[in-house]
Design a protein. Structure first.
Length: 313
């Protein structure tokens, strides 16, 4: 583990030196510390941040933690040493990363958190989705579907990421809305996809095998949704399982077209990345930003999916 931490710090340091070598003396340099670069969602954050940095004449370096929480701490410590002008953070462990954020604040380096809120943290701002509220929105949609299409009775299995604070919020909001609806919904097992596609696929297949009469699935993030969709297809259960989840993919759009993926919460990650860079630019010039900046979500169904097809071409 110590070796992996040192390697992560070295990678961050190397990236930082490369960026500083290319930067002009007057250009702001920002660092984006992300979770992984496997998920489309995180890459779209990167794209939005890159475009905003380019427009602002700033430099942006990106550190991929590859799903390792300690690597994020090491990267932040390295960027503090290198005296970047601001840090954008997509946190894995929202509590474990708090000391590093506090150290950045002490060094005069603002940290803007994207996607995952830092409870009572020293970050300058949070930009993203109200995950519990959006979980309630998809929960209400799900409950209405159960009422109208399933006679008011259903069973649901969950593919989550138990190490993800925000995905647990999405599940909490979903459960709250479903239980408040009064529909007869049985919550079955919640399996841990660990925010990794292959793991989520195996977990979803095991969940379906253990619950052969299960009628619906809820996936709390992109890897979980890909795993759920792939599992339904691999077991040929498109006719008897309906899927609900988060973060569109090409596979999910195909499922919507075929009629067994019913609804997907779609965020605007590129807008989050853009807003984060814009916030750091304001802060670097002595300005102020709102402590919380929410980016709206859309529930994508067969009625509005055409608006999102261009993302996957």
């Amino acid at each position: 583990m110590r070796l992996s931490r040192l390697l992560a710090a070295c990678v961050a340091s190397a990236s930082m030196f490369a960026a500083l070598g290319a930067a002009s003396a007057s250009a702001e340099t920002f660092a984006l510390v992300t979770i992984n670069q496997q998920a489309l969602f995180f890459n779209q954050i990167n794209d939005g941040a890159k475009a905003a940095a380019r427009d602002a004449g700033a430099k942006l370096v990106i550190f991929d933690a590859n799903n390792v929480p300690s690597a994020q701490n090491d990267a932040i410590e390295t960027y503090i040493t290198q005296k970047v002008d601001g840090i954008i953070l997509v946190a894995i462990d929202v509590n474990g990363v708090k000391p590093a954020i506090s150290e950045a604040k002490k060094a005069g380096i603002p940290v803007v958190a994207i996607d995952a809120q830092i409870p009572d943290g020293d970050n300058a701002a949070f930009i993203g989705v109200d995950n519990e509220k959006a979980g309630e929105e998809i929960g209400k949609f799900y409950a209405d579907y159960v009422k109208k299409e399933m006679g008011g009775k259903a069973s649901v299995g969950v593919i989550g990421a138990l190490n993800s604070f925000i995905q647990n919020q999405r599940l909490d909001g979903f459960k709250k809305a479903v239980k408040a609806s009064g529909e007869d919904v049985e919550f079955l097992d919640t399996v841990d996809g660990q925010n990794v596609q292959d793991v989520a696929l195996g977990a979803a297949e095991n969940l379906m095998t253990a619950n052969p009469t299960m009628g619906t699935l809820y996936a709390t993030g992109e890897p979980a949704l890909i795993g759920a969709v792939s599992a339904v297809e691999s077991q040929g259960r498109q006719k008897d399982i309906k899927v609900f989840g988060w973060d569109l993919t090409a596979q999910a759009v195909k499922g919507i077209d075929e009629g067994w993926v019913e609804a997907v919460v779609q965020q605007d990650p590129a807008a989050e990345g853009k807003a984060a860079v814009e916030a750091l630019m304001k802060l670097s010039k002595g300005g102020t930003v709102d402590k919380t900046i929410y980016i709206p979500v859309t529930i994508v169904t067969k009625e509005n999916v055409d608006k999102f097809r261009g993302m996957f071409k």
